[in-house]
Each structure stands twice: as structure tokens, then as C-alpha cells.
Unconditional design. Structure first.
Length: 432
């Protein structure tokens, strides 16, 4: 599934980038073509205007190009380049052929403004097509020509330029196509790399979810199996009294309570994961709360031969949920007493700084293996795989503790080494 998701991610990115590049490059080519056509029109307009001025004075009595230098004519004795007929190529100087239309429709070249020539057959076809055409700028696609027609003083002037003068966009399009292909290839490599990076959290979450479901199913399957076995034994002897079969009834009750505790922990984790369902918060004294939990664990520590020490700074006020924080503190104390070495110590320290409150719970004993330390807060994770659920729990306690810390805007971290033992540190924001 993740592979398909990665492929969809890359494909979507590539399609998006391709469409964007195509739109941008097309817009660039269209703009370039329009600018080239505008330059051709300016050249034709200038040629026609100056040709008319030479014969009749400024069109309409106003010189539209006053102050501008006239177009260069072909050098004397040189053959002007031939235009028309769709020859292709381009010429930045935009050669222009200017003609005066006679009364009989024949076209006579205006040598003073002509820098190009037309083949006789092309000129004849152009004259026929433009004989009745209105004045203005246009194109003769069949002949590969742009034209400008102006009528002044009873005379009609025609100027022609080759369409290749506006074909610079084609070379630009090829260049942009090459750039686009190279950009897409580079983006493909980058997209594949970033798809792995971007989907890594999804892959981790998917792996954790699968492991979570497998572990939860396993831990629920065991009590269900015991309950079904006990029920089967009870049903085999319906004539017996409840007192005579109390061991099976008690075993069933014990397993049901275990399941109830597991389901309750799972529900608490689900509520902690759902940010919209945060518990009610109130102002409370964390020192009093921790001290109350310490009193509850004095007997537990005594039974396990562990010395319980505390150093609590008084009147440490925070905002939080009493029940959730009590469960968090109880989880840390229970783990510290449970995994402390015989005759060892559990030290609890509560301190306050200007910006946060820290609760540190440290126990002496064997250090957590370096490969297990990053996973101590994972759900259903047990560092000692041989430990049973009755001895080591379901592996949800520390996961719940971290979730409670995070919903209170704090953090829960772990450190462990042979010299100082294992320390869990809860950091919470101070109450303002």
C-alpha cells in the first residue's frame, strides 16, 4: 500500500509540474509571437507611412512617425531578399516590400522604401487577394506574408513582410521544451527522494498501527481464552454449586478485570490522541498531588525492599487535570519501584524554574538497553520480552504517561545508564 501511495505521490507531483510548465512555456511563446507580430506591424506601418509621405505628404495631414529615421533601403546594386512563399527562417531586420497599386490593379514597387522582393506569381496572388480588401494590417497565410494596406489621396499602398519574421517563438519553444524535459527529469529524481522523506512518518505510523493491532489482539485473546475455558468447565458440571467451583469463577472475574483495565487504557489513549477531547483543566498544586501518590507507594516500596526518597519543592502550581496527572505520577512511581534492584532506591524530585516545572523519578538498578530506550514510550513495547503481562503489564503505562504529558503541553523523557540508573523527567509549563 505504501508503495502505491508513493507512486501516486510522485505521479501527482509530476503531472502538476508538467501542466504548470506547459502553461507557463505556452504563455511565453504566445507573448513572444505577439511581440514579433507587433514589430512586423510597426515595420510595415512605417514603410507604408513613409511611402505615402514621399508621394502625397503626411497621411491625414499628421506625420505619425515624425522624428523617426526611415527604414534602411537595400544597398544600390544589391538584390533584396525574396519574401513570401513560406520559405521559413527569420531575419531580425524584417525586410519589407512596398508597392503602389495602380488604377488597373497592377502593383508598382516603391523603391525608396523597399528592402525585399516578391516573386511574380506570389505578387500576383497577393494583388488579387487584396484588391477589394479594406485597409489595415493582416496576413496572407497561403502566401506566408503579413501585409499592411493604406489608402491616401486616391492611392493604395501595400507593404509586405515575410511571416518568418514572427517565427522566433518556434526556436524559443524548442529551447523551452528541452529545458522543460531536463527540469522534469530533475524534478522526478527530487520527487522520488522527497516522497520517501515525506511518507516516512506515514510508513512509521502504519507500522506502529499494525503492531498495535497485533499486540492488542494478542493481549485480549489471552483473557478471552481463559474466560471461555472457565465457562466451558462450569457448564460441564451444572449440578455443582458456585462455592464448589469458585476457583473458575474467580479466575473468570480476574481475567475480565484484566480486560477491563486494558480496554480502559486503550480508551484513555484514544481520548489523548483526539485533541478535540481534552480533559477539563484546573489550577492545582503538583507538590500535593505527588506527595499523595508517594504515600500510596510507601507500602509497595517496602514490600519490594526499595527505599523511597523525595525532595519536593512546595507550592508548585500548574494547570491540569487531577485524575490524569495522578495516573501519570502513579505510572512513573510504579515503574520505578517495579524495576529498582533489591535494596535499591527510588528518588523523586520536584523543582520549579521561571518557565517550567520538572518532576524527575529515578531508580537504581539495571539500565535500559540503548536499543530499547528509544522505544520505552511505544505502545505494547516491553524491553524484556520474557516478562509476562502480570509481571510487566501490557506495555501501555508509559505510552499513556507521555500522552498525558503532551495533552498538558509538556514532555516526558527517559535517560538510563549503569552509573545513575534510570530517570524519567516530566516537564510542564508553569501556571501563569
Amino acid at each position: 500500500m505504501l508503495r502505491k501511495l508513493r507512486l501516486k505521490f510522485v505521479a501527482l507531483n509530476m503531472v502538476t509540474v508538467t501542466v504548470v510548465l506547459a502553461v507557463v512555456f505556452t504563455a511565453i511563446c504566445v507573448i513572444d509571437y505577439q511581440q514579433s507580430v507587433a514589430r512586423v506591424q510597426e515595420a510595415l506601418d512605417a514603410a507604408v507611412v513613409h511611402a505615402g509621405e514621399a508621394a502625397n505628404g503626411p497621411f491625414g495631414g499628421v506625420d505619425p512617425l515624425a522624428g523617426q529615421a526611415p527604414s534602411d533601403t537595400a544597398p544600390e546594386g544589391a538584390t533584396p531578399p525574396e519574401i513570401g512563399g513560406k520559405r521559413g527562417g527569420s531575419n531580425p531586420t524584417i525586410p519589407v516590400a512596398v508597392f503602389l497599386a495602380g488604377e488597373d490593379g497592377a502593383l508598382e514597387a516603391v523603391q525608396a522604401r523597399t528592402t525585399a522582393s516578391l516573386a511574380n506569381d506570389v505578387l500576383a496572388q497577393a494583388a488579387a487577394q487584396l484588391a477589394d480588401a479594406p485597409g489595415g494590417f493582416g496576413s496572407l497565410d497561403g502566401l506566408g506574408l503579413f501585409y499592411e494596406k493604406r489608402v491616401a489621396g486616391g492611392a493604395a499602398y501595400l507593404a509586405f513582410a515575410d511571416m518568418s519574421a514572427a517565427n522566433g517563438w518556434q526556436a524559443l519553444a524548442l529551447t523551452l521544451a528541452g529545458v522543460g524535459v531536463a527540469a522534469l527529469a530533475a524534478f522526478l529524481v527530487i520527487s522520488v527522494f522527497f516522497s520517501r522523506w515525506a511518507l516516512r512518518p506515514v510508513e512509521d505510523a502504519w507500522t506502529r498501527q499494525r503492531r498495535f493491532v497485533a499486540d492488542a489482539s494478542h493481549d485480549l485473546k489471552t483473557p478471552l481464552t481463559v474466560i471461555l475455558a472457565n465457562t466451558s468447565i462450569l457448564m460441564e458440571h451444572p449440578e455443582r454449586s458456585v462455592a464448589s467451583q469458585s476457583q473458575w469463577v474467580e479466575s473468570t472475574q480476574h481475567e475480565a478485570e484484566q480486560m477491563q483495565g486494558l480496554v480502559g487504557d486503550l480508551l484513555l489513549l484514544a481520548q489523548a490522541d483526539e485533541s478535540a477531547s481534552k480533559p477539563s483543566m484546573e489550577r492545582l498544586d503538583l507538590a500535593d498531588l505527588v506527595e499523595g501518590e508517594l504515600l500510596q507507594f510507601e507500602s509497595v516500596a517496602f514490600e519490594r525492599g526499595v527505599e523511597l526518597r523525595s525532595q519536593l519543592e512546595p507550592s508548585v502550581e500548574i494547570r491540569g487535570n487531577v485524575n490524569r496527572l495522578r495516573k501519570l505520577a502513579g505510572t512513573l512511581l510504579d515503574n520505578a519501584c517495579k524495576y529498582a534492584d533489591e535494596g535499591g532506591q527510588v528518588n523523586v524530585e520536584l523543582r520549579r524554574s521561571p518557565r517550567r516545572v520538572e518532576l524527575a523519578v529515578r531508580n537504581t538498578g539495571f539500565a535500559i538497553a540503548p536499543e530499547d530506550l528509544p522505544h520505552v514510550f511505544d505502545r505494547f513495547y516491553r524491553g524484556d520480552k520474557a516478562r509476562t503481562r502480570d509481571e510487566g503489564g501490557y506495555g501501555l503505562g508509559l505510552a499513556i504517561a507521555r500522552a498525558i504529558a503532551e495533552e498538558h503541553g509538556g514532555t516526558l523523557s527517559a535517560a538510563s545508564d549503569e552509573a545513575s540508573g534510570t530517570t524519567f523527567t516530566l516537564a510542564l509549563p508553569v501556571c501563569e
